[in-house]
Design a binder for this molecule. Structure first.
Ligand SMILES: [Zn+2]
Length: 383
């Protein structure tokens, strides 16, 4: 039985604790205080609680409910860092109004974490233990570098993982990946009147941008994933030159490429490099290099995998209708768990305003999520 009061209380408390990721806002305090709260909650239930802190001030908490033996193990994963609070009126209010809980992180994803806590509480209090181990992982730093889930996977592997990022209670079995590439064109600085000496790095970058513009259209036509649509790319950052009377000696461009499952970083790098090689062959004065800044895989799970069917059946039991199978364009920690061979799905509550000035989560959907997690856990872990 889901203890609604305990879940609401946890959710409001979680929202009231400022856990802004310091990687996004320098004043962000990180996860120390929220980790203490979550650890206390799980310890009170009698779970074996461990604290991981690969970087000072950036702890994650893992609580383990030992199974009775023989079943599959499952991780319930929620990040407890949030983005910044600029422009928000009362970011830490946790106010309940018309069935919605407001505040930074309510939707992304403290509502989800409250549901995970409520689910494990229901499992403990039912006195009916699952056969396999259940891990509740409240992780740091998903919004920047995924320190928490990365560290966690060094120590624990489970058979399955439910990443509880918000999905409107639909079942997400795929998301895109991304690759960030920096391209630098090199020119030669010279007085603006001395065309015979100067090489204009910005003009050289214009050639790159022209090629990328053509490639962008092609990439979107190339292939369509049934849940994710096409891959895409854009040129979000461009910097070059020092003043109107000087030939630009250097121009820097950052490219972001959003990839589909099965597309590799090496393939993306090769496409960018092919453009630079071609431009270099056309004009020996064209000099450029590219560097990969960060790459994250896409994620995909078969809808007929045991965890996906367990979650779909649980959601149908609770809601009276089967969840839709969906994909998400944004990246999640699901890619990390999936990459190491953990069968992963994503399901989370209804709400709005992730990373926006007004953020809320639908409280009823948090209760429903907790119920779905309990049922899916019993099916998947056995018992
Ligand atoms: Zn999130």
């Amino acid at each position: 039985v889901i203890d609604r009061d305990a879940i609401l209380d946890a959710l409001q408390k979680l929202v009231s604790i400022n856990s802004v990721n310091p990687g996004l806002a320098p004043a962000g305090p990180g996860e120390t205080e929220i980790a203490r709260y979550v650890a206390g909650w799980l310890e009170a239930l009698g779970l074996d609680v461990q604290r991981l802190e690969p970087q000072p001030g950036r702890p994650s908490i893992v609580g383990r409910l030992a199974g009775t033996g023989g079943g599959r193990s499952l991780m319930l994963n929620a990040h407890f860092d949030t983005v910044g609070v600029e422009g928000m009126d009362a970011p830490f209010s946790g106010e309940l109004r018309d069935g919605k809980v407001y505040g930074r992180g309510a939707y992304d994803m403290k509502g989800s974490l409250a549901a995970c806590l409520g689910a494990v509480r229901a499992l403990v209090e039912s006195g009916h233990r699952p056969a396999g181990d259940v891990l509740v992982a409240a992780v740091a730093d998903e919004e920047v570098g995924s320190l928490g889930t990365t560290e966690l996977l060094q120590r624990w592997r489970t058979d399955g993982a439910i990443v509880t990022e918000p999905t409107g209670l639909e079942l997400c079995v795929a998301h895109k990946g991304f690759v960030w590439i920096e391209v630098v064109t090199e020119g030669r600085a010279a007085h603006g009147s001395r065309f015979e000496l100067g090489i204009d790095a910005n003009m050289r970058m214009g050639r790159v941008l022209h090629e990328l513009d053509g490639l962008e259209a092609e990439v979107r036509r190339r292939r369509a994933h049934p849940l994710l649509g096409s891959a895409s790319l854009h040129a979000p950052v461009l910097r070059g030159g020092s003043g109107p009377s000087t030939y630009a000696d250097r121009c820097m461009l950052q490219i972001e490429w959003r990839t589909l499952p099965g597309e590799t970083t090496a393939e993306v790098e090769a496409e960018v490099q092919a453009i630079l090689d071609r431009l270099g062959q056309e004009d020996p004065s064209f000099r450029a290099r590219s560097t990969t800044l960060l790459a994250r895989d896409a994620f995909e799970t078969r809808p007929d995998a045991p965890l996906a069917t367990a979650v779909a059946a649980a959601a149908e039991e609770v809601r009276g209708k089967a969840p839709k199978l969906v994909g998400d364009s944004a990246w999640m920690d699901a890619a990390l768990t999936s990459r190491v061979g953990i069968e992963t799905v994503v399901i989370g509550p209804i709400g709005a305003g992730a990373h926006a000035e007004e953020e809320w989560v639908d409280l009823e959907s948090v209760y429903v999520l907790a119920d779905i997690l309990v049922r899916a856990t019993m099916t998947y872990c056995g018992g």
